[in-house]
Design a binder for this molecule. Sequence first.
Ligand code: ISE
Length: 335
Amino acid sequence: MTLGIGLIGAGGMGRAHLARIHNDLAGARIAAVADINAEAARTAAEPYGATVYTSSAELIADPQVDAVLIATFGKVHAPDVIACVEAGKYVLCEKPLATTPEDCIAIMEAEQKAGKKLVTVGFMRRFDTAYRQMKEVLDAGEHGYATLVHCRHRNPSVPEGYTTRNMIDDTAIHEIDICRFLLDEEIVSVRVDTPRATSRRYDHLQDPLVLVARTASGVLIDDEVNVNIQFGYSIECELVMEAGTVRLGDQERVHVRDTAGNRNAMCQSHIDRFQEAFNREVQEWINAVAADRHTGSTSWDGYAATCVVDAGLASLEDGGLQVDVEMIAKPAFYA
Ligand code: ISE
């Protein structure tokens, strides 16, 4: 069976998903594209002969659409995710699931009412080979338990519309999720430090930031978020255990050694750096939907990440005080 996929949000991320489904993945076709910008929807849909909509409601109701991919801005996700759940359609929603814990709770309530997990949050790093290997090393237990995680999240630059809030809810949210995934536990408190700001930023930005988070068992996570580093898209992560460390390899690119030195090319964007992870994420989602089962991170993971983001934003507002993460009890449905 070939699944009909409907895309809501025809921006760069959405178009990258369409291209991967069409060119690299198996088992699905692009059935429809919706965007409030009719021209953007038409341009994105045209290469695939997909139906064009300017409203997400029409796309979700289209019987040709078996499952939905949402790649709009986080703050408009919730109503569309809920509409998909109410229509009984599986949905892969780009992060953040929603920008408030309340919206995430509404999504979880809709899903529990539907009686089945239909929502996957687009935390693609969970599908990255190296992160998975890091988790395997930790879980094998040979080196003891984790004590620290050191993360660095660097972007070459960001557009003028990107805000300091986005450094946490759009950028650091990846480390928030991947640390929960690696450590298998919740983050319970966060502090945000503000080092000297780089001159290579728009004035409204507080860049870089350092998030310092603590998990329930006491593991300390530090995450440097530095979004105008100029030289490339660079993601680092080192997990410290009692008797060993494991870290991501560098860039997964070949090394060139010559008179200029020993170096590897730098990726310039997440679409490039995590291409393999994105492909695996969407392929596993297609396979799971075809088999009528859930895969990847759940609405609970989306909710937990949003709660940590909220605590980080509160810390930023409070001048870097440590803020406890407030969360509801985990519903048995997500156990
Ligand atoms: C973007 O949305 C991402 O998901 C990237 O991984 C991150 O590095 C970037 O800062 C975000 O804006």
